[in-house]
Design a protein around this ligand. Structure first.
Ligand code: NDP
Length: 271
Protein backbone atom coordinates (compact mmCIF):
# COMPACT_ATOMS: atom_id res chain seq x y z
CA UNK A 1 0.00 0.00 0.00
CA UNK A 2 1.47 3.44 -0.92
CA UNK A 3 2.48 5.61 2.04
CA UNK A 4 0.18 8.54 2.83
CA UNK A 5 1.49 11.83 1.45
CA UNK A 6 2.63 14.49 3.93
CA UNK A 7 0.28 17.47 3.76
CA UNK A 8 1.27 21.11 3.15
CA UNK A 9 -0.69 24.19 2.10
CA UNK A 10 -0.62 27.85 1.23
CA UNK A 11 -3.08 29.94 3.23
CA UNK A 12 -4.34 33.34 2.13
CA UNK A 13 -7.32 35.44 1.15
CA UNK A 14 -7.69 35.61 -1.84
CA UNK A 15 -5.77 32.48 -2.83
CA UNK A 16 -7.37 30.97 -5.95
CA UNK A 17 -4.70 32.28 -8.33
CA UNK A 18 -1.69 31.13 -6.28
CA UNK A 19 1.05 29.40 -8.24
CA UNK A 20 2.47 27.82 -5.07
CA UNK A 21 0.64 24.45 -5.44
CA UNK A 22 2.11 24.00 -8.93
CA UNK A 23 5.61 25.06 -7.81
CA UNK A 24 5.63 22.65 -4.86
CA UNK A 25 4.23 19.80 -6.99
CA UNK A 26 7.09 20.31 -9.45
CA UNK A 27 9.63 20.43 -6.57
CA UNK A 28 8.15 17.24 -5.07
CA UNK A 29 8.27 15.37 -8.40
CA UNK A 30 11.86 16.48 -9.02
CA UNK A 31 13.07 15.45 -5.54
CA UNK A 32 10.74 12.41 -5.26
CA UNK A 33 9.12 13.60 -2.08
CA UNK A 34 5.73 12.12 -1.18
CA UNK A 35 3.72 15.22 -0.37
CA UNK A 36 0.43 16.91 -1.17
CA UNK A 37 0.19 20.73 -1.27
CA UNK A 38 -3.05 22.65 -1.62
CA UNK A 39 -4.28 26.27 -1.60
CA UNK A 40 -6.62 27.07 1.30
CA UNK A 41 -8.87 30.12 1.52
CA UNK A 42 -9.30 31.25 5.11
CA UNK A 43 -11.86 33.92 6.07
CA UNK A 44 -10.48 37.14 7.56
CA UNK A 45 -10.28 36.91 11.34
CA UNK A 46 -10.11 33.09 11.37
CA UNK A 47 -6.42 32.51 10.63
CA UNK A 48 -5.26 31.51 14.13
CA UNK A 49 -8.13 29.09 14.77
CA UNK A 50 -7.93 27.48 11.32
CA UNK A 51 -4.16 27.00 11.44
CA UNK A 52 -4.48 25.36 14.86
CA UNK A 53 -7.09 22.93 13.48
CA UNK A 54 -5.04 22.15 10.37
CA UNK A 55 -1.89 21.32 12.35
CA UNK A 56 -3.96 19.21 14.80
CA UNK A 57 -5.31 17.32 11.76
CA UNK A 58 -1.81 16.46 10.53
CA UNK A 59 -0.70 19.39 8.37
CA UNK A 60 3.13 19.39 8.35
CA UNK A 61 3.70 22.97 7.23
CA UNK A 62 2.26 25.88 5.31
CA UNK A 63 3.07 29.03 3.42
CA UNK A 64 1.20 32.14 4.42
CA UNK A 65 0.34 35.01 2.13
CA UNK A 66 -1.72 38.22 2.00
CA UNK A 67 -3.16 39.25 4.44
CA UNK A 68 -2.00 36.83 7.16
CA UNK A 69 1.80 37.25 7.40
CA UNK A 70 1.66 39.18 10.65
CA UNK A 71 -0.93 36.77 12.13
CA UNK A 72 1.44 33.93 11.25
CA UNK A 73 4.24 35.65 13.14
CA UNK A 74 2.06 35.63 16.25
CA UNK A 75 1.16 31.90 16.08
CA UNK A 76 4.79 30.71 15.84
CA UNK A 77 6.32 29.44 19.09
CA UNK A 78 9.82 30.04 17.77
CA UNK A 79 10.99 32.13 14.79
CA UNK A 80 14.06 32.27 12.59
CA UNK A 81 16.15 35.42 13.04
CA UNK A 82 14.86 36.73 9.67
CA UNK A 83 11.24 36.26 10.73
CA UNK A 84 11.92 37.66 14.18
CA UNK A 85 13.36 40.91 12.83
CA UNK A 86 10.87 41.27 9.97
CA UNK A 87 7.84 40.99 12.28
CA UNK A 88 6.08 38.99 9.56
CA UNK A 89 6.56 35.51 8.18
CA UNK A 90 5.46 33.39 5.26
CA UNK A 91 6.40 29.85 6.29
CA UNK A 92 5.26 27.70 9.23
CA UNK A 93 6.43 24.19 10.13
CA UNK A 94 5.15 21.74 12.74
CA UNK A 95 8.05 20.28 14.71
CA UNK A 96 8.13 16.77 16.26
CA UNK A 97 7.35 18.23 19.71
CA UNK A 98 4.20 19.79 18.13
CA UNK A 99 5.55 23.34 18.46
CA UNK A 100 5.26 25.68 15.46
CA UNK A 101 8.41 27.14 13.89
CA UNK A 102 8.16 30.26 11.70
CA UNK A 103 10.45 31.51 8.97
CA UNK A 104 10.39 34.38 6.47
CA UNK A 105 11.69 33.18 3.10
CA UNK A 106 10.59 36.22 1.01
CA UNK A 107 13.81 38.19 1.38
CA UNK A 108 16.10 35.18 1.06
CA UNK A 109 14.21 34.18 -2.09
CA UNK A 110 14.39 37.65 -3.60
CA UNK A 111 18.09 37.98 -2.89
CA UNK A 112 18.86 34.58 -4.36
CA UNK A 113 16.91 35.53 -7.48
CA UNK A 114 18.68 38.91 -7.75
CA UNK A 115 22.23 37.84 -6.91
CA UNK A 116 22.39 34.30 -8.34
CA UNK A 117 19.76 33.99 -11.06
CA UNK A 118 19.89 37.56 -12.38
CA UNK A 119 23.56 38.21 -11.49
CA UNK A 120 22.79 41.70 -10.11
CA UNK A 121 25.48 43.33 -7.95
CA UNK A 122 24.19 44.91 -4.73
CA UNK A 123 27.44 45.43 -2.85
CA UNK A 124 28.40 49.11 -2.91
CA UNK A 125 25.27 50.08 -4.91
CA UNK A 126 22.52 52.56 -4.09
CA UNK A 127 19.19 50.74 -3.79
CA UNK A 128 15.74 52.32 -3.71
CA UNK A 129 12.90 50.20 -2.33
CA UNK A 130 9.35 51.38 -3.06
CA UNK A 131 6.75 50.39 -0.47
CA UNK A 132 6.83 49.63 3.22
CA UNK A 133 4.31 46.81 3.62
CA UNK A 134 4.69 43.17 4.66
CA UNK A 135 6.78 42.10 1.67
CA UNK A 136 9.27 44.96 2.12
CA UNK A 137 9.63 44.14 5.84
CA UNK A 138 10.75 40.67 4.81
CA UNK A 139 13.41 41.76 2.33
CA UNK A 140 15.27 44.53 4.18
CA UNK A 141 17.57 42.46 6.36
CA UNK A 142 18.72 40.08 3.57
CA UNK A 143 19.14 43.13 1.32
CA UNK A 144 21.33 44.92 3.88
CA UNK A 145 23.40 41.74 4.32
CA UNK A 146 24.47 42.13 0.67
CA UNK A 147 26.18 45.40 1.74
CA UNK A 148 24.65 48.08 -0.49
CA UNK A 149 26.09 51.61 -0.08
CA UNK A 150 22.59 52.81 0.84
CA UNK A 151 19.01 51.55 0.99
CA UNK A 152 16.33 54.23 0.72
CA UNK A 153 12.75 53.21 1.49
CA UNK A 154 10.07 55.35 -0.19
CA UNK A 155 6.40 54.89 0.50
CA UNK A 156 3.08 56.59 -0.29
CA UNK A 157 2.57 56.92 3.48
CA UNK A 158 5.92 58.47 4.36
CA UNK A 159 5.77 57.73 8.11
CA UNK A 160 5.57 53.96 7.52
CA UNK A 161 8.83 54.06 5.55
CA UNK A 162 10.64 56.27 8.07
CA UNK A 163 9.51 54.04 10.95
CA UNK A 164 10.63 50.93 9.09
CA UNK A 165 14.01 52.47 8.26
CA UNK A 166 14.44 53.36 11.92
CA UNK A 167 13.75 49.73 12.95
CA UNK A 168 16.42 48.44 10.56
CA UNK A 169 19.11 51.06 11.31
CA UNK A 170 21.17 48.59 13.38
CA UNK A 171 21.64 46.39 10.29
CA UNK A 172 23.03 48.86 7.73
CA UNK A 173 22.80 52.19 5.89
CA UNK A 174 19.09 52.84 5.54
CA UNK A 175 16.81 55.89 5.32
CA UNK A 176 13.07 56.18 4.75
CA UNK A 177 10.43 58.72 3.76
CA UNK A 178 7.90 59.65 1.11
CA UNK A 179 8.27 59.58 -2.69
CA UNK A 180 9.01 63.33 -2.61
CA UNK A 181 12.20 62.58 -0.62
CA UNK A 182 13.71 60.82 -3.65
CA UNK A 183 16.27 63.39 -4.84
CA UNK A 184 19.10 61.32 -6.33
CA UNK A 185 19.60 58.38 -8.71
CA UNK A 186 19.74 54.70 -7.80
CA UNK A 187 21.53 51.71 -9.34
CA UNK A 188 18.78 49.29 -8.37
CA UNK A 189 15.10 50.03 -7.78
CA UNK A 190 12.86 47.36 -6.23
CA UNK A 191 9.11 47.87 -6.42
CA UNK A 192 7.55 46.31 -3.33
CA UNK A 193 4.31 48.30 -3.49
CA UNK A 194 0.97 46.78 -4.42
CA UNK A 195 0.54 49.50 -7.10
CA UNK A 196 1.19 47.05 -9.93
CA UNK A 197 -1.72 44.92 -8.72
CA UNK A 198 -3.92 47.96 -9.44
CA UNK A 199 -2.21 48.64 -12.78
CA UNK A 200 -0.60 51.78 -11.32
CA UNK A 201 2.89 53.22 -11.11
CA UNK A 202 4.10 54.71 -7.80
CA UNK A 203 4.47 58.49 -8.07
CA UNK A 204 8.26 58.63 -8.44
CA UNK A 205 10.62 60.93 -10.38
CA UNK A 206 13.13 59.75 -13.01
CA UNK A 207 15.66 58.28 -10.61
CA UNK A 208 17.10 55.10 -12.13
CA UNK A 209 20.74 55.36 -13.17
CA UNK A 210 21.12 54.58 -16.87
CA UNK A 211 22.11 50.92 -17.14
CA UNK A 212 20.59 50.21 -13.71
CA UNK A 213 18.17 47.49 -12.66
CA UNK A 214 14.40 47.60 -12.08
CA UNK A 215 12.87 44.68 -10.14
CA UNK A 216 9.13 44.38 -9.51
CA UNK A 217 8.11 41.90 -6.81
CA UNK A 218 4.80 41.52 -8.61
CA UNK A 219 4.57 39.10 -11.56
CA UNK A 220 2.10 38.44 -14.32
CA UNK A 221 1.80 37.56 -17.98
CA UNK A 222 2.47 41.17 -19.06
CA UNK A 223 5.20 43.63 -17.95
CA UNK A 224 3.91 45.74 -15.04
CA UNK A 225 3.66 49.57 -15.23
CA UNK A 226 6.82 49.73 -13.09
CA UNK A 227 8.68 47.42 -15.49
CA UNK A 228 7.61 49.57 -18.47
CA UNK A 229 8.82 52.65 -16.58
CA UNK A 230 12.18 50.98 -15.91
CA UNK A 231 12.58 50.17 -19.63
CA UNK A 232 11.86 53.84 -20.41
CA UNK A 233 14.62 54.81 -17.93
CA UNK A 234 17.02 52.72 -20.07
CA UNK A 235 17.51 50.06 -17.45
CA UNK A 236 19.91 47.30 -18.33
CA UNK A 237 17.96 44.67 -16.42
CA UNK A 238 14.19 44.61 -15.83
CA UNK A 239 12.66 41.70 -13.92
CA UNK A 240 9.37 40.66 -12.39
CA UNK A 241 8.85 38.71 -9.15
CA UNK A 242 8.36 35.22 -10.58
CA UNK A 243 11.93 34.24 -9.71
CA UNK A 244 11.40 35.55 -6.16
CA UNK A 245 8.22 33.50 -5.84
CA UNK A 246 9.98 30.31 -6.94
CA UNK A 247 13.08 30.92 -4.80
CA UNK A 248 11.07 31.72 -1.64
CA UNK A 249 9.17 28.47 -2.26
CA UNK A 250 12.47 26.58 -2.58
CA UNK A 251 13.62 27.97 0.78
CA UNK A 252 10.38 26.75 2.40
CA UNK A 253 10.62 23.35 0.69
CA UNK A 254 14.17 22.90 1.99
CA UNK A 255 13.10 23.83 5.53
CA UNK A 256 10.26 21.28 5.46
CA UNK A 257 11.93 18.41 3.57
CA UNK A 258 15.67 18.91 4.15
CA UNK A 259 16.35 18.84 0.41
CA UNK A 260 16.92 21.78 -1.93
CA UNK A 261 15.12 21.62 -5.28
CA UNK A 262 16.69 22.90 -8.50
CA UNK A 263 14.64 26.00 -9.32
CA UNK A 264 15.80 26.38 -12.94
CA UNK A 265 13.44 23.83 -14.56
CA UNK A 266 10.55 25.20 -12.49
CA UNK A 267 11.29 28.75 -13.66
CA UNK A 268 11.45 27.50 -17.24
CA UNK A 269 8.09 25.73 -16.82
CA UNK A 270 6.33 28.79 -15.39
CA UNK A 271 7.95 31.68 -17.28
P1 NDP B 1 0.96 45.24 1.73
O1 NDP B 1 -0.51 45.41 1.58
O2 NDP B 1 1.52 44.81 3.05
O3 NDP B 1 1.70 46.64 1.37
C1 NDP B 1 1.31 47.35 0.25
C2 NDP B 1 2.32 48.48 -0.03
O4 NDP B 1 2.02 49.03 -1.32
C3 NDP B 1 2.27 49.63 0.97
O5 NDP B 1 3.55 50.15 1.11
C4 NDP B 1 1.33 50.61 0.25
O6 NDP B 1 1.54 51.96 0.64
C5 NDP B 1 1.76 50.43 -1.17
N1 NDP B 1 0.75 50.78 -2.18
C6 NDP B 1 -0.44 50.17 -2.39
N2 NDP B 1 -1.06 50.74 -3.44
C7 NDP B 1 -0.24 51.72 -3.90
C8 NDP B 1 -0.34 52.67 -4.97
N3 NDP B 1 -1.41 52.71 -5.77
N4 NDP B 1 0.70 53.53 -5.17
C9 NDP B 1 1.76 53.49 -4.36
N5 NDP B 1 1.91 52.63 -3.32
C10 NDP B 1 0.91 51.75 -3.11
O7 NDP B 1 1.39 44.25 0.56
P2 NDP B 1 2.69 43.31 0.49
O8 NDP B 1 3.83 44.07 1.03
O9 NDP B 1 2.41 41.98 1.09
O10 NDP B 1 2.86 43.08 -1.09
C11 NDP B 1 3.38 44.09 -1.93
C12 NDP B 1 3.65 43.53 -3.34
O11 NDP B 1 4.65 42.54 -3.31
C13 NDP B 1 2.43 42.89 -4.00
O12 NDP B 1 2.41 43.29 -5.36
C14 NDP B 1 2.71 41.42 -3.90
O13 NDP B 1 2.10 40.71 -4.97
C15 NDP B 1 4.22 41.39 -4.03
N6 NDP B 1 4.83 40.19 -3.41
C16 NDP B 1 5.52 39.31 -4.21
C17 NDP B 1 6.13 38.19 -3.68
C18 NDP B 1 6.86 37.26 -4.59
O14 NDP B 1 7.25 36.16 -4.12
N7 NDP B 1 7.13 37.62 -5.83
C19 NDP B 1 6.06 37.88 -2.24
C20 NDP B 1 5.33 38.87 -1.48
C21 NDP B 1 4.73 39.96 -2.07
P3 NDP B 1 0.79 52.62 1.90
O15 NDP B 1 1.59 52.24 3.12
O16 NDP B 1 0.81 54.07 1.62
O17 NDP B 1 -0.60 52.05 1.92
Amino acid sequence: MPLKADRYAVIGNPIAHSKSPLIHRLFAEQTQQNLAYQALLVPLGEFEARVGELFAQGLRGCNVTIPFKQNAWAVAHERSPYAQIAGALNTLMLRPDQSIYGHNTDGLGMMRDLLVNKQVTIQGKKVLVLGAGGAVRGIIQPLLEAQPALVQLANRTAATASDLAYDFKPYGEIVGGGFEAINSSFDVIINGTAASLQGELPDIPNCLTEGGVGYDMMYGSEPTPFMRWAYEQRAQGVFDGLGMLIEQAAEAFELWRGIRPDTRPVFAALA
